[in-house]
Design a protein around this ligand. Structure first.
Ligand SMILES: Nc1nc2c(ncn2[C@@H]2O[C@H](COP(=O)(O)OP(=O)(O)OP(=O)(O)O)[C@@H](O)[C@H]2O)c(=O)[nH]1
Length: 344
């Protein structure tokens, strides 16, 4: 009797705590925070030895929601974004039912990083015959997950998680509309300011270089004067695309205002960024900007490059200095006659 009472109390406590976790998941709208709850809190809550999350990301939406820097941080905690088919995908492809049972390194090594695991649960995140990812739970206790255990709770958890993840993506998209420049469709200043904070903090933490580039189209006023504001708008759109195409996916690029653009290049020092800036400068100079079927024009760009200090500096000062120095270098490029790259 005593024992039954203890079990009942224990179950009640578990349900109450799970209710709290569910509420937390439901009210968390930011994708990265949701992932943190799934990777860190789940581990603690379910007393597991490893938790990993795989998300199918063929469209790149999840990666976009995180940004490359944050995606790398979460990857270290157990998030894998998969842009195509993967061995684990075939694992679920048959019926999208959870697998509970023994951990076999020959079969399951790609789902976990630890090797001393005894039992696992591989839970597909699926709905209506579509697979979106998988949650992988592992324990050193061989009895923790056993073939034949009921999977109702895990399947219910998986569909709940999928709903929360999708919701966070809707919120991210809504937010993103406020972070995109309407004319050029590249990121706007607000986006850049947020990314600058993250990128500087990451650079200081990992003692990795971080470069900034400021771009300003030369004599842009004349474009407006000669071809009208619409002509100027079209040039801005083409220039934004040209510059963005020269940058990596891990770089952050934004319209800073007017005819000024800015880029952040993680893990890139001054020498490498000057090379990249030089490539962009000559690409713009060579480009025929098309204004109509009969009118094209040539244009140049001036570029200022700077690299963040890594030693003895706080984050806020590093952010301000980086932008200020790139801007000062750009000013010098203008003074030196335009159509050139100047490093701080
Ligand atoms: N068409 C268009 N023009 C813009 C936009 N934003 C800013 N401008 C124009 O960009 C021009 C910037 O001119 P200035 O700052 O004088 O510089 P500039 O003519 O580019 O000369 P330098 O920068 O010194 O080489 C101004 O005429 C602004 O009106 C925009 O969204 N569309």
């Amino acid at each position: 009797m005593e024992h039954l009472l203890a079990v009942a109390r224990n179950n009640e406590l578990k349900l109450k705590r799970f209710g709290e976790l569910e509420r937390l998941l439901m009210t968390t709208r930011v994708f990265s925070q949701l992932v943190m709850i799934m990777l860190v809190d789940f581990r603690r809550y379910f007393d597991l030895d490893e938790v990993n999350l795989v998300l199918l990301d063929a469209s790149g939406d999840w990666l976009n929601a995180l940004g490359v820097v944050q995606a790398a941080d979460l990857a270290a905690l157990g998030l894998t974004l998969v842009d195509g088919e993967h061995t684990w995908y075939q694992r679920y492809a048959e019926d999208f039912r959870p697998y509970l049972g023994k951990y076999d390194a020959d079969i399951h090594a790609d789902c976990f990083t630890k090797t001393s695991l005894a039992s696992i649960a591989l839970i597909p995140l699926a709905r209506q015959g579509n697979l979106y990812g998988g949650l992988h739970l592992a324990s050193r206790d061989p009895d923790r997950f056993q073939a034949g255990d009921g999977t109702y709770f895990l399947e219910r958890l998986a569909s709940f998680l999928l709903m929360c993840l999708e919701n966070s993506q809707y919120f991210d998209k809504l937010e993103r509309f406020g972070l995109t420049d309407a004319l050029t469709q590249v990121n706007n200043r607000r986006y850049f300011d947020a990314r600058l904070k993250e990128a500087v903090s990451h650079a200081l933490r990992h003692q990795q270089p971080l470069a900034a580039m400021m771009f300003d189209l030369d004599h842009f006023k004349q474009v407006n004067d000669q071809h009208g504001h619409q002509g100027g708008d079209s040039v801005l759109q083409q220039a934004a695309k040209l510059i963005q195409d020269c940058l990596r996916a891990s770089d952050s690029f934004a319209r800073y205002g007017g005819e000024e653009f800015v880029a952040l290049l993680p893990a890139t020092d001054t020498a490498a960024s000057v090379e990249i800036a030089e490539r962009i400068r000559s690409r713009i100079a060579e480009h025929d900007f098309i204004l109509s079927s009969t009118v094209t024009l040539k244009l140049t760009v001036s570029i200022g490059v700077a690299e963040t200090e890594l030693d003895g500096i706080d984050e806020l000062a590093a952010e301000q200095n980086l932008v200020h120095e790139a801007d000062a270098a750009l000013y010098r490029a203008k003074q030196q006659g335009r159509n050139c790259v100047v490093a701080a």
